[in-house]
Design a protein around this ligand. Structure first.
Ligand code: HEM
Length: 420
């Protein structure tokens, strides 16, 4: 389908470079073939390229976990996400335009995380169930109205989690198109379908400026008229006795709006794609809805929508026989870790009953995804509403995956179906 090389012709150094662009993420088979080889032959792979500052790529589950479990030895700052040298030096010059939890380390991280962590506890999330049910019903109605053919990725999976985020932040539904565009631009700045500016970096700056203007308005409103939404917690946040900083406040809005959107969309779209590609598993889940919880986690393992985060070593650290030197960076490849033969029985089998399922798609340790419970609830609710009504379903065209090495997954999934 693509201009990707044949993995059999690639050197190990070329294999190590698959994170340097979004290409590898548009082709699951390619990514998994190359990462399986890295797990076997070079699990702690030093990656060098003239346009990028070097780093180690970690592809084994145990190594990703070990780094996540050592937040003092491996910091999120300064390089939480892979960018090229230009992006790295821009960040050094300007600092982060906004600062969110994923760019912070303890104790700053812990203080800021504590501000909203109660929001994401089951007790508060339970109050959202009614809204989730309504939104799932709406998605089902959309499928009924579409008359038997729909792009499940863009029409259902992309929209439902965004409505949930709007509800959590207390934003009006009329802001939906704007938020959709901004999050897609932020996470897929180089994908031609989502591109705002041919210069990807410039595009991100413009998108961030739009976010800032929008959320400054929300802050002013919630400071004057606080409600019980998440925006009010962020707008009126007190950290160690002082009001939360502007950069940190914006970082919070942005992470709440974005981290919970494209990620969950990709897990849902990719989950549906996996069910279509494994009709026996679809039938099994339809026959036994009590498998929904394990099915949802398997969809999340299978798609691993967040493809990487990075850490920087604070001291020399021995990992699988390699010394990571103080100041060197490591990239955590979640998708690869989640296919690790040493941890998962038949890792390439999509099994809706998989248990245990110790996937790392939500990360681990102090930065463990704050929205993991919410994401699972959303997915259970959507598939719980759709699957009992889905009499027949098949692919109606070629699926396409988005071009991004950060948050990526299926962006087009045409399906043909009959509803009961
Ligand atoms: C299937 C959907 C999702 C996936 C795969 C996912 C994945 C991740 C990953 C890998 C991390 C970094 C963890 C680490 O460094 O150890 C993370 C962090 C985070 N996620 Fe999610 N996420 C999802 C949904 C959500 C949702 C729905 C929300 C909230 C609305 C959310 C909010 C956050 C926040 C705030 C963080 C930062 C936590 C911290 O640094 O302390 N995520 N997520």
């Amino acid at each position: 389908m693509s201009n990707l090389p044949n993995p059999a012709d690639m050197s190990l150094d070329e294999c190590g470079q698959i994170f340097l662009s979004g290409d590898a993420f548009t082709d699951e088979h390619f990514f998994h073939t190359v990462s399986a080889r890295l797990r076997k032959e070079a699990p702690v792979k030093w990656v060098e390229h003239e346009l990028f500052n070097p780093f180690y790529m970690l592809t084994k589950h145990a190594d990703v976990l070990e780094v996540e479990l050592h937040p003092t030895e491996f910091l999120n700052a300064p390089r939480a996400i892979l960018g090229d040298k230009t992006a790295d030096s821009m960040r050094e010059m300007q600092g982060h335009l906004v600062k969110s939890l994923v760019q912070m380390d303890d104790p700053e991280h812990r203080d800021h995380r504590n501000l909203t962590s109660d929001w994401f506890l089951p007790k508060n999330l339970a109050t959202l169930q009614g809204r989730l049910d309504e939104l799932a019903e709406r998605s089902l109605q959309q499928m009924a109205d579409a008359g038997g053919e729909i792009d499940f990725a863009s029409e259902i999976a992309m929209q439902y989690p965004l409505y949930v985020i709007l509800a959590i932040l207390g934003l009006p539904e009329s802001d939906y198109p704007r938020m959709l565009r901004l999050t897609q631009e932020l996470f897929g700045p180089a994908d031609p379908d989502f591109q705002r500016n041919p210069d990807a970096l410039q595009g991100i700056l413009e998108t961030v400026a739009d976010f800032v203007a929008y959320f400054d308005g929300i802050t002013a409103d919630r400071q004057a008229n606080p409600t019980d939404d998440l925006s009010s917690v962020i707008a009126n946040g007190i950290i160690n006795g002082s009001p939360i900083g502007h950069k940190e406040q914006l970082g919070y809005y942005i992470i709440a709006a974005t981290a919970g959107h494209d990620t969950t969309s990709n897990a849902m779209g990719g989950g549906m794609k996996a069910l279509l590609e494994h009709p026996d598993q679809l039938a099994r889940l339809q026959a036994d809805p009590s498998l929904m919880a394990t099915a949802v986690d398997e969809m999340i393992r299978w798609t691993s929508p967040v493809k990487h985060f990075m850490r920087t070593a604070t001291r020399d650290y021995e990992l699988r026989g390699t010394t990571i030197k103080e100041g060197q960076d490591v990239l955590l490849s979640y998708w690869s870790a989640n296919r690790d033969e040493d941890v998962f029985e038949n890792p390439y089998t999509f099994d809706v009953g998989r248990s245990p399922n110790k996937h790392l798609a939500f990360g681990f340790g102090v930065h463990y995804c704050l929205g993991a419970m919410l994401a699972r609830m959303e997915m259970k609710t959507l598939f719980g509403a759709i699957l009992p009504r889905l009499k027949k379903v098949e692919l109606a065209g070629e699926p396409a995956l988005s071009w991004s090495n950060f948050v990526s997954g299926v962006k087009t999934l045409p399906i043909r179906y009959e509803l009961a």
